[in-house]
Design a protein around this ligand. Sequence first.
Ligand SMILES: *Cc1c(COP(=O)(O)O)cnc(C)c1O
Length: 393
Amino acid sequence: MTTNEVIEMFDKYVIANYGRLPRVITKGQGCYLYDNEGNKILDMFPGWAVSGLGHCHPKVVDALRHQAGELLHIDNTFYSEPQGNLAKLLSERAFGGKCFFCNSGAEANEAAMKLARLATEKGKYKFITAEGSFHGRTFATVTATAQPKYHEGFLPLLPGFIYVPFNDIEAMENAFDDEVAAVLIEPIQGEGGINIASNEYLARIRQLCDENGAIMILDEVQTGIGRTGKWFGYQHSDTVPDIITMAKALGGGVAIGAMMAKNEVAEKLVPGKHASTFGGNSLACAAGIAVIEAIEEDDLLQNAIDIGQYTQEKLNQLADKHDIIDHVRGVGLMIGVQLKINGSDIVSKCLENGLRINCTNETVLRFMPAMITTKSQIDDAIEILDNVLSAGV
Ligand SMILES: *Cc1c(COP(=O)(O)O)cnc(C)c1O
């Protein structure tokens, strides 16, 4: 089909709730996408942080082929090895907690918030979340998402949420009372523009939660599974949360979400309290296991640190050259370029020149390359961006 034919089909049959770029992607391999017109695109934002190992990583594809021949899905009436194995691998790489599996980031956050109410004393119900956050699109998670633009048209939202400015210790202290069940924040805000929580901020939240009998939940949906050069974003600090949520890169391209809770919190989630039909699906868990094994076998956490540093260096050189760049910030492979102008034209022009990047919060170009990215691929990306900026936007 031609590009126009596909777009016409979408116009007729697919709800237009996404602003799409006018390309029809037919194949993905490593750091490259291929479209139906034979164009090759260097992907510095693969799968919106889902394809953390790049597209169609051979170890993930092999694991999926094998599992598909054994058992695609078994419901949670039974035990199954892939689910148990994935939980073990995650637990050993985090704080030794227990996992609940679901299918998306929003669902993982829903599970975390429900568990926080279950695991705290009667009367505690409030959730504190941060301005600029993103936690998902279901009613509870969009309420937790403290950005008015995501709320418009959906009022009334759920009661019990308190919003505070991100990284503001005093505001967090003032928001606490004995009705708070949990604090939910991202260690690094992704959609909010790559805003990094300070170690002092995380430590103070930990302390406040302990003093008030509240649960500390970190949303690691974007920061988790190696993105920042550690398995989880919180591991850059000394703070250990009670619950983490993950999704995106966990399945290497297959839909999966997970919530991990400390054992004493996890034990409150007894039969009948929460569930997900597809949660812990054999195919998705086999993908998750392959992702973790590939990261370790190929030393990709180290590559995320090295390539992340290299990318920031190169972007800083661009910042010296181009006045419209204010500064560059990030951790590992989660990098934001703060512009002085709106960045959406830059994203389109990069795509015309064979480079896919993202713009979030209007003025932040987002680079989230796969953990397999090489220096020469970063060089190619920087060259394209340099040319686009030099041509004037
Ligand atoms: C993407 C994202 C979510 C929502 O995940 P879905 O799978 O789209 O439900 C939640 N939190 C963070 C930090 C995210 O980046």
